[in-house]
Design a binder for this molecule. Structure first.
Ligand SMILES: [Zn+2]
Ligand SMILES: [Zn+2]
Length: 181
């Protein structure tokens, strides 16, 4: 069985961002043999929109990513959108994960969102970090208190402060996952 990671873009996300993730996620995870971008860009799910919060519920997006993953026989899949996502218990989420599917929102990863000057390198680094983190969850990792990509972040400062790498504990768990699968 080949372990394919599928990237699914929603709405107006640059193809170049998809390509950036395709190249970098392949380097970050030994477990993926191939990373592909799903050939259809999905539409933003209007049914997920909450008019009062002016945000989108993440669950329907996650469910669609899961459905695509099953149909395309992706080992894991990650959805990427530029709309602001939430779960009912939190003001917003950078990303969510469940089983083989995960989803990230790049909405709050732009420095401009926080009133700072545009910085493409920083934006890309944040996008990569959130992607690695959510994919870590799909590979069975929980949140980790070490200096580690699996640290929970609920602010952009948390995201910027954590490294792009897994700590040695999480790295070992990933290896176990690889060997048992
Ligand atoms: Zn997490
Ligand atoms: Zn860790």
């Amino acid at each position: 069985m080949s372990n394919i990671l599928g990237i699914i873009l929603f709405g107006e996300v640059d193809q170049s961002l998809g390509k950036f993730l395709q190249q970098n996620l392949l380097k970050c995870f030994d477990i993926f043999q191939k990373v592909v971008i799903f050939d259809k860009t999905e539409e933003i799910l209007n049914k997920a929109y909450d008019k009062i919060r002016k945000q989108y519920l993440s669950t329907p997006f996650l469910n669609l990513v899961k459905k695509r993953a099953e149909k395309e026989k992706y080992f894991k899949a990650i959805g990427v959108t530029n709309v602001d996502l939430y779960v009912p218990s939190l003001n917003f989420v950078f990303g969510v994960a469940k089983n083989r599917a995960c989803m990230i929102s790049i909405h709050r990863l732009h420095p401009e969102f926080w009133g700072n000057l545009p910085d493409q390198a920083l934006f890309l680094e944040r996008t990569l970090k959130e992607s690695i983190h959510e994919l870590g969850h799909t590979l069975g990792l929980s949140h980790c208190n070490n200096n580690c990509i699996m640290r929970f972040s609920n602010s952009i400062i948390d995201t910027d402060n954590k490294p792009k790498e897994f700590c040695s504990n999480c790295g070992k768990q990933l290896l176990k996952f690889k060997n048992s699968d």
